[in-house]
Design a protein around this ligand. Structure first.
Ligand SMILES: Nc1ncnc2c1ncn2[C@@H]1O[C@H](COP(=O)(O)OP(=O)(O)OP(=O)(O)O)[C@@H](O)[C@H]1O
Length: 260
């Protein structure tokens, strides 16, 4: 079977500055630097409005940076065609999004979009994607919109993985799911990341998800990295008062995203 190449995403002093409604400029991200490697999960946490979604959206060019550089295996991502980039850097959003039609039609969608022959229900491509997302083949003919939230999020994951991406971006992947479903998805993500040697970069408010899946943890406040390091260590022993306070807030993992 095809082996996904080991990815290496590197951000060097990445800043994002936008004009606010007046003439003033606002800094959404300030000189963010980190490396995310294949087979590892990098989890980004921080208070609402700290820039987490902006950061993750830079990585497949849904947003553009103002300064600095992002490379994928050494190549500047601005030099990669955005459609090709999004094939290499797949994304799963907070709310599952299902196109009209069956689960199979949803999995075939990326191929049709690129005007390629879609893989059939018996193909290795479809079976592999279902297997990675831990979905049963019995669901293939079901109307995708009739599935439960957890099943839909797994179809999203299967659709994201069907093109053998090198990087998987996840923006609050469990926030629309109940606790047991979220825990199952977390276990799946952990296994997929290791098995496919994917660089997983995830934004979450879910402390359990961070504890169970993160290798590297990044804590953002007001667009700046406040803490960065091995997740298990940082969660056990925060280095800054700001992060300690954030972790101690009882409500932070229950908070849901607004906007975007
Ligand atoms: N294009 C833009 N122009 C001006 N301000 C923006 C723009 N996009 C985002 N912002 C602001 O930048 C800040 C960071 O937004 P972002 O969505 O990245 O935060 P977040 O950490 O993901 O927040 P949450 O956890 O609430 O989703 C917010 O204050 C937001 O209102």
């Amino acid at each position: 079977m095809e082996r996904t190449p080991r990815a290496n995403v590197e951000l060097e002093k990445v800043s994002v500055v936008r004009k606010s409604t007046g003439a003033a400029e606002i800094v959404l991200l300030h000189e963010i630097s980190f490396r995310a490697g294949g087979g590892e999960t990098t989890t980004i946490i921080g208070p609402s409005g700290s820039g987490k979604s902006t950061l993750i959206r830079l990585l497949n060019r849904l947003d553009e940076l103002s300064a600095g550089r992002i490379t994928l295996n050494g190549d500047d991502i601005t030099a990669i065609d955005p459609l090709l980039l999004r094939r290499r850097v797949a994304m799963v959003l907070q709310k599952p999004f299902m196109f009209e039609g069956t689960v199979l039609a949803n999995l075939q969608r990326p191929f049709l979009y690129r005007k390629e022959t879609p893989p059939g229900r018996e193909s290795e491509t479809v079976r592999r994607a279902l297997g990675l997302a831990r979905l049963s083949t019995g669901l293939l003919e079901r109307d995708a919109r009739s599935l439960s939230g957890g099943e839909q999020q797994r179809v999203n994951l299967a659709r994201a993985l069907i093109n053998h991406p090198e990087v998987l971006l996840l923006d609050e992947p469990t926030s629309a799911l109940d606790r047991p479903t979220a825990d199952h998805l977390a276990a799946t993500l952990h296994d997929v990341c290791r098995a496919e040697r994917l660089a997983v970069i995830m934004v979450t408010h879910d402390l359990r998800l961070a504890e169970h899946t993160a290798d590297q943890l990044i804590y953002l406040e007001q667009g700046r990295i406040v803490e960065k390091g091995a997740a298990a260590e940082l969660l056990r022993q925060p280095q800054t008062e700001a992060f300690r306070r954030f972790l101690a807030e009882p409500a932070w993992e229950k908070e849901t995203r607004h906007g975007n």
